[in-house]
Design a protein around this ligand. Structure first.
Ligand code: UD1
Length: 426
């Protein structure tokens, strides 16, 4: 298995192009199942997870082709056509690799009136049930059975619009419902809907495919169902987690990085704590510039919340910054119950962190020390990369496949701004 070696201590300067968002690309790819015409997705990142989704779509009989961007920093393009569908079963072997595979359930049952999808696996960050997805589809008229680890959904007379109120915000359940409702008969009202930019991006693509949707970006989305959707071309929005991760890299290492092809609006909740920590974030013509000069960062508190709050997907990275800041930062995780798995690894690098329930008290140390560490999930892995960039000496990160699931050309992008980072092939 590949490893990544980092020699810490370099300041970073230069430009990093931001890729299309993984978490937007995955539901957008699933949306191709809603039509027999071609869906073209531009600015699409090349990542292990989107590769899995392509494989899953092909297992149903969809035709997929991906062409990489012509150069470093230019997104690729998917062409997806779900015309001759021969199966509506998503096998365990494909779904267990990635939780987002479950997003095919809504589109499949809406268009083909039946689907059999394995219960998902994915990152080991808590129980992560799918009850909200299933309840929403039931409310839209699907009959749901659980059999031998599979969800079987049937709607012989098609789905019917309904009022769905989520008890708490779920990104995936909102996406599955939005896609299913687009092909249901009549109106669907989704209350307590997720407001993440990726939901808006999916909604805009569905509108381009002929759907009628209002309220995107608010907690009340209304969908007027239609019998058929058509093909469309859609550009995937920039990855706000990648943007935030490299912004934190500039904060942790010091230096001056311009993140291009993205926007400061996408990391709105990260900017105040970054500024409090002593980092300047400025909008530029090409994207956003992040700068920290000289002195050590200061401690800053964050609590994860659904969008527009501080993203759980940046919690681990922010903790790496807090680990070297002056003072004590309180980092609270409210979305997932088991998302401090990076803490023991950061401790091995000399960090001083105590976990009390859902809160980590991070007492910043002057310097982290390089160490061999092991990544346990996608965002945890990249927090170890950031810690390694700031540490004295060498850090070797094992189990790099987690990074490959979500960060496109990570070593190339960081090397281009002066980091000493290389992949050790096995
Ligand atoms: C998505 C993102 C993930 C991010 C998360 C929260 C993708 C592909 N993944 O994951 O990177 O960390 O949003 O921003 O977009 N829950 C239930 N029942 C359900 C569904 C969710 O209890 O049916 C719980 C989850 O266990 C979790 C919380 O709701 O505690 C939020 O999860 P959700 O927003 O659904 O996350 P995902 O869509 O899986």
């Amino acid at each position: 298995m590949d490893r990544i070696r980092i020699r810490g201590g370099n300041r970073l300067s230069g430009e990093i192009p931001i890729s299309g968002a993984k978490n937007a690309a995955l539901p957008l790819m699933a949306a191709c199942l809603l039509t027999d015409e071609k869906l073209v997705l531009m600015n699409a990142p090349w990542l292990a997870d989107v590769g899995f989704m392509g494989e899953l779509l092909r297992s149903f009989g969809a035709e997929t082709s991906y062409v990489r961007g012509p150069s470093f920093g230019e997104g690729g393009q998917w062409e997806l056509t779900a015309k001759e569908i021969r199966s509506t079963t998503a096998d365990y072997d494909l779904v267990r690799k990635m939780r987002a595979s479950f997003l095919v359930l809504g589109p499949l049952v809406a268009r083909f009136r039946q689907a059999k999808v394995s219960m998902p696996g994915g990152c080991a960050i808590g129980a992560r049930p799918v009850d909200l997805h299933l309840k929403a589809l039931e409310t839209l008229g699907a009959e749901i059975l659980l059999e031998e680890g599979y969800v079987i959904a049937r709607a012989p007379r098609g789905l019917k619009g309904a009022r769905i109120e989520f008890p708490f915000v779920s990104v995936g359940a909102t996406e599955n419902t939005l896609m299913a409702a687009a092909l249901a008969q009549g109106e669907t009202e989704i209350l307590n809907a997720a407001r993440e930019p990726e939901i808006v991006d999916l909604g805009l693509c569905l509108i381009a495919m002929g759907a009628t949707i209002s309220g995107l970006g608010t907690s009340r989305i209304v969908v007027e169902g239609t019998d058929t959707l058509h093909g469309a071309r859609h550009a995937v929005l920039p990855d706000r987690i990648e943007t935030g991760t490299y912004a934190i890299a500039a904060a942790i290492c010091g230096g001056d990085i311009e993140l291009t092809g993205t926007s400061a609006d996408l990391i709105g909740a990260l900017i105040p704590p970054l500024e409090k920590a002593g980092t300047m974030v400025v909008t530029t013509n090409l994207g956003v510039s992040v700068r920290r000069n000289g002195s050590r960062s200061s401690a800053s508190d964050v609590s994860t919340e659904p969008y527009p709050g501080f993203p759980t997907d940046l919690q681990a990275q922010f903790m790496a910054l807090a680990a070297t800041a002056e003072g004590t930062s309180r980092i609270r995780e409210t979305i997932f119950e088991n998302r401090f798995m990076h803490v023991p690894e950061l401790l091995r690098m000399g960090a001083d962190i105590q976990v009390q329930g859902d809160t980590a008290l991070v007492h910043g140390v002057e310097r982290l020390r390089g160490a061999p560490v092991m990544a346990t999930d996608l965002r945890a892995s990249v927090s170890l990369v950031l810690a390694g960039l700031a540490a004295e000496g060498d850090t070797v990160i094992n189990r790099v496949y987690h990074l490959d699931r979500g960060f496109e050309r990570l070593e190339e992008k960081l090397s281009a701004v002066g980091a000493e980072i290389e992949r050790l092939k096995e």
